[in-house]
Design a protein around this ligand. Sequence first.
Ligand SMILES: *[C@@H]1O[C@H](CO)[C@@H](O)[C@H](O)[C@H]1NC(C)=O
Ligand SMILES: *[C@@H]1O[C@H](CO)[C@@H](O)[C@H](O)[C@H]1NC(C)=O
Ligand SMILES: *[C@@H]1O[C@H](CO)[C@@H](O)[C@H](O)[C@H]1NC(C)=O
Ligand SMILES: *[C@@H]1O[C@H](CO)[C@@H](O)[C@H](O)[C@H]1NC(C)=O
Ligand SMILES: *[C@@H]1O[C@H](CO)[C@@H](O)[C@H](O)[C@H]1NC(C)=O
Length: 668
Amino acid sequence: MNFRFIFSLALFFFLNLLSNHSRTVEAAPNYLWHDCPNTTLFAPNSTYQSNLNTLLYNLSYAAANNADGFADATAGKDAPGHVYGLFLCRGDISTASCSECVASGIKDVVKRCPGRGVSKIWYDECMLKYSDQSIFSVLEIVPGEAMPDAGNVADPNRFVQLLGETMNYAAERASGSESGKKFAVVEANFTSSQKLYTLAQCTPDLTGSDCNTCLRAAIASLPQGEGGGWSFTPSCGVRFELYPFYNASAVAAVVLPAPQLPSPPPAPLNRPKGKSNKSTTIIVAVAVPVGIAVILLFVACCSPWSITTKTYEVVEAEGGGSEITTAESLQFHLATIQAATNNFSHQNKLGQGGFGEVFRGQLLNGQEIAVKRLSEGSGQGVGEFKNEVVLLAKLQHRNLVRLLGFCLEGEEKILVYEFVPNKSLDYFLFDPDKRRQLDWSRRYKIISGIARGMLYLHEDSRLRIIHRDLKPSNILLDSEMNPKISDFGMARIFGVDQTRAKTNKIVGTFGYLSPEYAMRGQISVKSDVYSFGVLILEIITGKKNSCSFQSDGGENLTGYAWKHWRAGTPLEVLDPSIGDSCSMDEVIRCLHIGLLGVQEDPADRPTMASIVLMLSSHSVKLPQPRRPAFFLQKSMERQLKELKSGESTGGSMPWSINEMSVTEVSPR
Ligand SMILES: *[C@@H]1O[C@H](CO)[C@@H](O)[C@H](O)[C@H]1NC(C)=O
Ligand SMILES: *[C@@H]1O[C@H](CO)[C@@H](O)[C@H](O)[C@H]1NC(C)=O
Ligand SMILES: *[C@@H]1O[C@H](CO)[C@@H](O)[C@H](O)[C@H]1NC(C)=O
Ligand SMILES: *[C@@H]1O[C@H](CO)[C@@H](O)[C@H](O)[C@H]1NC(C)=O
Ligand SMILES: *[C@@H]1O[C@H](CO)[C@@H](O)[C@H](O)[C@H]1NC(C)=O
């Protein structure tokens, strides 16, 4: 207690002393922004608070006493209440100004963020942050903020191009800097009377490559159409102006080297054609995110797309609207994805699918996205990959997860999807508590929605897509629990031939594979109908087809449902957590449709069109289901196991099992 008190007192006096002393020397720092989410809170008399006081005292001491303009500190090591912090001063300012800025920052952040465990505050002259997690050498791109400074420019197109080129060079110099500071200022002639001044800086604890990633992200979100402005993140910042805003005698400014800019401006802002390789990459860095923001705006508010622009190829869609269809318009820059996902950070990881890891992300315009980072091994060439993405992006239905675009850079193959907030169906369905949230009317809505989405894939879209891996974890739920089918078209992306009825490449998950597909590689829309049938049975019973039944007597879900259906006790299979608030007619009808879907002979199974009709009109009479493929399922399972155990020795397996998912593996 004494300790705490003394530190607080010392901090108080120290700060007062500092600011009273320096107010006479320096102007107050120029506040830009702060961020302190209310998700991490601490109590006023907690250990965290006293550790924070110690930390802030140490930081202010360091700012006044070292000339580096950067320091980190921690307090309360190896104990709860451990706090980490650091500050960074702009590379050109004096130790006195740095100390002044840090001291004001500390006073200010304590006022603006009382009780917040994770806080950041930015000034023109310095940045200060603290957290309950280690932040040293950690690249943080989110949250980012950009703000314009006053000032218009004549000839904005040429200005944007010069700005891109100059900022890019500044980023290169700052991230490649050998000296302690990751800091650079670069100047360029704009007109005979106007000069562009730019600055780029990272916290020096970052690696060169992290610094570069951070600066590219910051540059990508610089304010457009302005003569000056800032863009910064917790790890770096950039600024540009048409006047000298840094102390030129304290730093060695570099002048943008040749090649000179082409002088009439070659193209409008969103589609410039660079002359050299270098300027092309810069323009991509600046213009692609702008282009994407524009596209996302279209996607967000004007569906079906109705805006046409000269720069995009416009194709009539079947629905009558028009669409943006070029691969370029769907391409995301890797830096944008890295910025959105905090460089694929572990905290942003949503899961691991058969095709790679999935991350949650947020674009700088606030739009949330899901990013699927494809694992290597797709045999698809770049051109085919782009074509498939363009085709799949055209599939738009309220029960499909929308594909927003892709990224192809170096080794990375990435698909960008809309973010669907409520996780997937299996998360609710197979959890004893969460499944209670799925009352019958919700389950019925989910079944109908999936059926409509599948019908669209099978028949209504131009592409005739066979999903091949329909299962609860591929059904995402939006905020109103509407189902959205994900992972469709992956076979196309991976270059599996869609048109061949027989395939050597099995894509799917055990428990949902139709027998003819699993055993003989025969693929058709009816394989999806089988998976959909299993899905309906799972939704009604709340039980998983694959595992839960193995232990108790070797019976699987289709067999269990069939037995009760034959015995005239269909309602016994109903998930008890549904309660009695449901329409028995609907339950029985859905069970009936489910059993029709899992019939052994594909020809007996209804099409998705019939299923949608059966679900929407209760007057349609349903045929009696035949015995499902449950006996086959058992022998199939045995064969799968044998194949799996022989995998290491046998060389010519037609396909292999990858834990839960049976993914594409081609024979040699
Ligand atoms: C945290 O902030 C959000 C958004 O500003 C607000 O909706 C929420 O009520 C806040 N929560 C608390 C505990 O203050
Ligand atoms: C912190 O303050 C609250 C009320 O202000 C009090 O109930 C609590 O005991 C205090 N805790 C400590 C560790 O002093
Ligand atoms: C913080 O300041 C205290 C008191 O001056 C000192 O004992 C401690 O070593 C400092 N810690 C760090 C990490 O600078
Ligand atoms: C920039 O303009 C100044 C004055 O007009 C001139 O002296 C200088 O050579 C120019 N620099 C470059 C790189 O063109
Ligand atoms: C600019 O930097 C020089 C050299 O470090 C210094 O002497 C001068 O006081 C600085 N000017 C301002 C306005 O800070």
